[in-house]
Design a protein around this ligand. Structure first.
Ligand SMILES: [Zn+2]
Length: 108
């Protein structure tokens, strides 16, 4: 028989063409393309850059953007409190807040 994909001569009982590598069995072709789709890299759910920028403008907003709403409010409260009562340590906490906003796995 000839391969329907590359027209090269192949054995009748072949399930995969040795010339072009295509599967001749439709089910095998579909399961292979399904496996390919499945192994594609996951889409990022959040962007660390955006998370950092949000926490820079509003402390904790980056954490909220990532879905950690409670943690975001906690950061907002801590950073605002530190700015208001302690001054410089507030800035340090704000920087830590920005750094933690970028941490974590964006693909989860
Ligand atoms: Zn072929």
């Amino acid at each position: 028989m000839t391969c329907p994909y590359c027209a090269e001569k192949i054995k009748d009982e072949a399930i995969k063409c040795k010339h072009c590598g295509e599967y001749l069995d439709i089910e095998l072709r579909e399961s292979r393309s399904f496996a390919n789709n499945y192994s594609e890299p996951k889409i990022k759910k959040w962007n660390p850059g955006i998370a950092a920028l949000l926490s820079l403008v509003i402390p904790g907003a980056g954490q909220m953007y990532k879905g950690n709403v409670l943690r975001g409010f906690m950061w907002l409260f801590i950073v605002m409190f530190s700015y208001g009562y302690l001054g410089i340590p507030g800035l340090i906490l704000h920087i830590i807040c920005i750094i933690t906003a970028t941490s974590g796995n964006p693909y989860e």
